[in-house]
Write a protein that binds this ligand. Sequence first.
Ligand code: GLY
Length: 348
Amino acid sequence: MINPIYYQESGIEKINQYIKNHQPTKVIFLVDENTRELCFPKVVSELEIESETKVLEIASGEENKNLYTCISLWEALTELKIDRKSLLINIGGGVLTDMGGFVANCYKRGIAFINIPTTLLAMVDASIGGKTGVDLGSFKNQIGNFALPQMVLIEPDFIQTQSFEQIRSGFAEIIKHGLIADSNYWQKIKQIQNPDAENTGNLIETSIKIKKSVVSLDFTESGLRKILNFGHTIGHAVESFFLENQTPILHGEGVAFGMIAESYISMKKNLLSPFENEEIRNYIASIYPKLPVKQENFDKILAFMQNDKKNTRNEIRFVLLEKIGKAVYDISVENELIIEAMTQMLKD
Ligand code: GLY
């Protein structure tokens, strides 16, 4: 089970077809200050909408991905008298598509929505697969549900609206796809030293295929889908730590850190070979800046991991690598080894 994904002009055509067939009462566009200026005009100029349209804008940034923003959106939808036959079109990055999907799915028990991801991260990960939700304080995606958009439209040109750091952040999810599922893909990815719009744009389709194939086997993440969280157990905890300290880092920077540390754990668990562990560490460290994590932060970061959604009975459960291209999940890892892996990260 997964939403259809369409590309460029054929995607616009599908949205137009959907609107023609369903005749939504109103079409609401959800944008942030960046996508309103840089992406919305192109989308709206290509759509054929006869219904009344409205634009709702939220402030960009992870710090706004919370229930307070959702409440303001539900109030705005109520004020606009949006009914259940209306359509919400989310135009933005992962924060916006995660939150927009959640808002749509809860409003009057659910209205239809379409995702138009505008960041590399949202194109290859967040907008695909039906996970929606918001953060609770510093806990990432703590509140949420599974809800599928009617469709996802991928317009790779939108990546050009992003800074290099944001594109590099999305690239971490592409690296993850190679590591968990496809060693040939990893070989191709590894050639990239400069993950800019040009070098990453032609990887989008392969990454989406990998994500789609995993999600279609396990939509609600009772098993296999957990492999998509490789690098995220430590990565999310580090991200939460910096978010709480009010010095947020980009998601992919946390995931890059997490993938190196979790590869080390995979090696110590006699799964991944030392050679492959070295290969992963060297490549990822050559792309991402070193995070200012310190030994005295480890307890706090570990406490965030204790709240990870993949844990069972208070055990921290990891996705680890058996080899490049093959992940295993639900592996319990003792705190000492997690600390050891993070200590390795402090070395040059
Ligand atoms: N971002 C991981 C997943 O969609 O399962």
